[in-house]
Design a protein. Structure first.
Length: 97
């Protein structure tokens, strides 16, 4: 599990990537390799990443994307924050190979 910090709307938050096994890592790798082939692939990839990253809220860890809601508040309107989270996620997935 990897933990990291990034800012969302000028406020710093703690994030962590959920535990995954080798099969999940391979699936993510394939998905990521196809991100640039269409907008829908990119949308699926970013949403999947956010479904596998948690943000710390008080003493609790909450998944960043739940149904149509994103946490922390405003994340969906912060491209820089989403890119940073995606970068951290990709670096973690690369550690499997």
């Amino acid at each position: 599990m990897k933990e990291f910090k990034t800012k969302v709307n000028e406020k710093e938050f703690n994030f962590r990537i959920k535990e995954m096994n080798g099969i999940s890592a391979l699936s993510f790798r394939t998905m990521i390799m196809n991100m640039d082939k269409s907008v829908s692939n990119s949308d699926i990839a970013y949403n999947t990443i956010l479904e596998n990253v948690e943000v710390q809220v008080g003493n609790n860890w909450i998944t960043c994307k739940q149904d149509s809601a994103y946490l922390p508040e405003g994340l969906e309107n912060s491209p820089k924050s989403i890119l940073d989270i995606a970068y951290q996620f990709l670096e973690y997935v690369k550690s499997f190979f």
